[in-house]
Write a protein that binds this ligand. Structure first.
Ligand code: SAH
Length: 378
């Protein structure tokens, strides 16, 4: 049976709000701004406005960030433009590969010393970047490594976008054997709660999906925002006019267990969070992805599969079961395969489309909830 610690009601200062100390945000970067914003900065420097488009084409289109390689810009302007709009935001600390080179994890140091990670995953038909939206996370889910350390700060829009642009460069260099050379998908499933950093994440989605040279030109449908279930932000997202995929980290179909596994449930209950998910599906026509980490003897009982099936039957939803990736020192483990298979069988019998997520990146701590934890631990 469950042997979970009793989690006190999470104070308002931790859930869904900014860190208390005024966090040190990085210098401005062109990815923080839309094209008119970049043109205004360029004009302030006394340069013709079209330089904004040229710089953007280098950064987003050619994935070039070194001013020396921007030979269509006058040599005298390159340094000045790069200083104003292309500061280095992410310093690479470590890169590790596994799965025969098809999964690559990057650890970055930010200007204030915070560490964040991103993962690039190459498949036969697509390339996915898993990126972070915050340094740390304030949501305190007890099975997630990021949740244990708390929130350091929100990332800026450009710090979020730059992870994807860096990884697009890795893919373009041919580093992923057997995969296309073009980044096609972005998932906000790295560190942090994207909807707790709402405005910057939405701006990042707009940069990632704007056509080049304004942005990276990804399809909105190929961007997934994953959330613990911040209901007001989910409802706001439904009104943005974006057709991104929403993933809801449910992990339990009943409030008693979800209050412990996803503490923000103490504020917004299972029925409220699912209502917000169905509202999103209605507004966008997009199927919502329900994330469910399979934790042995905690949330994997047949009756919970049946209850989940009843909650989701007939809805525009898809269940993604994630074998738990145990965090160091955790007493929890992944569900045994036969238990997982029975859970899948019951959901499908209820008419709910269900898959089990692959476990890319486990040997390099690149799997869900493990990002940067090993680096922080030394
Ligand atoms: N804060 C967001 C996004 C980041 S985590 C969210 O919670 O949705 C991305 C997914 O990985 C979430 O579904 C999260 O619950 C899951 N996850 C975190 N730690 C995990 C672990 N140790 N094993 C399996 N899944 C985990």
């Amino acid at each position: 049976m469950t042997s979970l610690p009793v989690i006190q009601t999470v104070p308002d200062t931790r859930v869904g709000s900014a860190p208390s100390r005024r966090a040190a945000m990085p210098p401005r970067h062109l990815a923080d701004l839309d094209l008119p914003g970049r043109q205004a900065v360029v004009a302030e420097l006394g340069e013709p406005a079209f330089r904004a488009r040229q710089l953007s084409a280098h950064y987003f289109g050619r994935l070039v960030r070194d001013p020396a390689r921007m030979t269509d810009l006058p040599a005298a302007s390159r340094g000045r433009l790069a200083d104003a709009l292309l500061p280095e935001l992410l310093t690479p600390v470590r890169d590790v590969a596994c799965d025969g080179g098809a999964t690559r994890k990057s650890l970055w140091r930010l200007h204030d010393g915070s560490l964040v990670e991103s993962v690039l995953m190459g498949y036969r038909d697509r390339v996915t970047a898993c990126i972070s939206s915050q340094a740390g996370c304030g949501m305190a889910c007890p099975f997630c490594a990021t949740g244990q350390a708390g929130l350091t700060r929100n990332l800026s829009t450009a710090e979020i976008v730059d992870q994807a642009v860096h990884l697009a460069g890795v893919a373009a260099s041919g580093a992923l054997p057997g995969s296309p050379p073009r980044l096609s998908h972005v998932v906000f499933m790295g560190m942090g709660e994207p909807l707790a950093n709402y405005a910057r994440v939405i701006a990042a989605v707009r940069r990632l999906t704007a056509p080049a040279p304004e942005g990276l030109g990804l399809s909105q449908r190929h961007v997934t925002i994953s959330t613990v279930g911040l209901v007001p932000a989910m409802r706001r997202l439904a009104e943005e006019g974006l057709s991104v995929t929403l993933a809801l980290s449910l992990h339990a179909p009943d409030d008693e267990l979800r209050d412990e596994l996803v503490p923000v449930n103490q504020r917004w209950k299972v029925t409220e969070v699912l209502d917000a998910a169905w509202h999103y599906a209605e507004c966008t026509g997009r199927r919502v992805s329900i994330e469910y980490a399979m934790i042995r003897d905690v949330n994997d009982q047949p009756w919970r599969a049946d209850l989940l099936g009843r909650l989701l039957a007939g809805r525009l939803a898809h269940v993604n079961l994630i074998p738990l990736n145990p965090t160091p020192g955790s007493r929890w483990d992944a569900s045994p395969k036969p238990v997982e298979r029975e859970f899948v069988r019951r959901l499908r019998a209820a008419g709910v489309s269900t898959t089990v997520r692959d476990t890319r990146g486990r040997e390099i701590d690149g799997a869900c909830g493990q990002l940067a934890a090993s680096a922080v631990a030394g």
